[in-house]
Ligand binder design. Structure first.
Ligand SMILES: CC(C)(COP(=O)(O)OP(=O)(O)OC[C@H]1O[C@@H](n2cnc3c(N)ncnc32)[C@H](O)[C@@H]1OP(=O)(O)O)[C@@H](O)C(=O)NCCC(=O)NCCS
Length: 179
């Protein structure tokens, strides 16, 4: 059955059996395809990618959502240091199949990676994104100049979620991928 018919049928039923789990190496081609669908080609030029390109593509915190065998959402999480201090993760890219947007799948993945980060002893999740979206998920603006990335970033888009209460003020300086 062609994939589009499969999704149309699933959407008509309106109750999708969505399963989430940590991302596996075999998911990487489908994650790349999903990101190509969700993002414009200029995404690789963004500063956050400069951090990620020095890191393995998968960490134990990366997560995917599936309907049956179809991968419908994915979030990459890159362990980082900030000013040399471990305990933080860089969130992104976060992508949801455009056909299935607005159903809470991104919200669910972000909540789940936050839970996993807490269980893993991480203190902070950092990202570059829209405050209008991520603010609703608990993210707040990082005070300008406190945390730097290896390239230009609009300070209004540098956002953080404290996994450990009060963690943000402990992190200052340059972001780098953690090995
Ligand atoms: C942004 C994205 C991840 C949201 O996924 P989703 O599963 O549709 O999100 P949710 O269902 O959890 O939330 C949907 C809500 O967020 C809103 N929303 C989506 N993108 C938004 C944005 N950039 N700014 C403000 N609100 C936004 C929707 O309008 C919707 O609002 P509603 O609940 O009032 O109807 C998805 O649309 C996507 O993959 N976009 C392209 C890639 C991208 O921009 N990723 C994020 C940057 S890393």
């Amino acid at each position: 059955m062609p994939e589009c018919i499969g999704i149309a049928r699933l959407m008509t039923n309106d109750v999708l059996a969505v399963e989430t789990r940590p991302a596996a190496p075999a998911d990487l081609p489908r994650i790349a395809a999903l990101q190509a669908l969700a993002f414009s080609p200029g995404r690789f030029a963004r500063t956050a990618y400069r951090v990620r390109e020095g890191a393995p593509e998968l960490s134990p915190y990366c997560r995917v959502a599936l309907v049956g065998d179809r991968l419908i959402a994915a979030v990459r999480m890159t362990p980082i240091t900030i000013g040399g201090r471990p305990g933080a993760l860089l969130l992104g890219p976060l992508a949801v199949d455009p056909e299935l947007a607005g159903r809470g799948y991104a919200r669910r993945l972000v909540a789940e990676v936050a839970d996993a980060a807490r269980a893993g002893g991480e203190a902070l999740i950092l990202l570059v994104g829209d405050m209008t979206y991520y603010g609703r998920l608990g993210f707040a603006r990082v005070p300008p100049g406190q945390i730097r990335l290896p390239g230009p970033v609009d300070p209004a888009r540098l956002l953080a979620l404290e996994i450990e209460p009060g963690a943000l003020e402990m992190f200052r300086g340059m972001v780098a991928a953690r090995s």
